[in-house]
Ligand binder design. Sequence first.
Ligand code: NIG
Length: 381
Amino acid sequence: MAVVITGIAELTTNDAELGKLRDAAVVLDGDRVAWVGAAADAPAADERVDVEGRAVLPGWVDSHTHLVFAGDRTAEFGARMSGQPYAAGGIAVTDDATRAASDEQLAAGLRKHVDEAVSQGTTYIETKTGYGLTVADELRSATLAGRYADEVTFLGAHLVPPGTDADEYVDLVCGPMLDAVAPHVTWADVFCETGAFDEEQSRAVLTAAGKKGLGLRVHGNQLGPGPGVRLAVEMDAASVDHCTYLTPADVAALADSDTVATLLPACDLSTRQPLPEVRALLDAGVTVALASNCNPGSSYTSSMAFCVTTAVLQMRMTVEEAVRAATLGGAQALRRDDIGVLRPGSRADVHVLNAPSTTHLAYRPGVPLTWAVWRAGARQR
Ligand code: NIG
């Protein structure tokens, strides 16, 4: 069934040739975009939706979330707002709650958070394991995640479980855990940070995952300068995420690579870290993505719009740069060319704002602006 969406005041396509269109229309056919152009030239379709002068853009691509979890860390967040620092060790609290939860409880949480994201314009979502940290619990997280998320990442190397020898745990991750989980995931990730995994341990995990044919991602440079970015570039990771503390050498290495710098501003605000120096990245030609990092510890939001607003108002990205980073940038961080863009053949992931332009995402901070969403051609709201 074909749907023509017409009456579009401003259409962001992220396509180099189509650019940004005014007074436009889009035709969706099944799960694909069939046509993009001037409203006056739009072909007929089975259904017509007139958005009456609103802005349309590709759905948000949220390329970094941790949604397989149980439990609550409100008290930890409250303590942080009273001056306590964020540390990797907090992950263990969620690990305990997640292991104790039933499959049904974890599935309900996943569904709830994915639905919450979609209702705010997210149409493609990655999520990670990493709150199981045993072979059985990581396998369970991966299989449950695959039911609700578009892409699943193995993050057995999220934290060395308290009381475990770090090198023995790395051997477990690189051996039996990876063997069990690899058939259920596309990506592998490692938290390369003080208090989590050092450079050598992180390289071992990424090397083992690469040999299994998994794409690579890295959590790096979140809590201080470190080897994460360098390692991600060395291993041709698709993305290095956080990038809160970057040296000029890190920026140069990223600029000379195919690794996307994925920035997580909601996390930086929620952990009272500085916001990343995005202008240095953009000026050097680095591809930048924005993602929510939705998780119960460091960033409990599914709102990509909040990330875009923060990127514009506080990180000094232009609206166009921030919207692009939260759509096309996310797609590039997942090495996909059929999402984050609206052109014939791309996935029919459409976000209609209750506003005439994307500028309103920053001009009206905090106001929920999602008016309609199609995800792979299926209307969500
Ligand atoms: O991306 N940095 C590592 N992992 C998550 C935090 C998880 C947690 O604190 O529970 C992150 O911020």
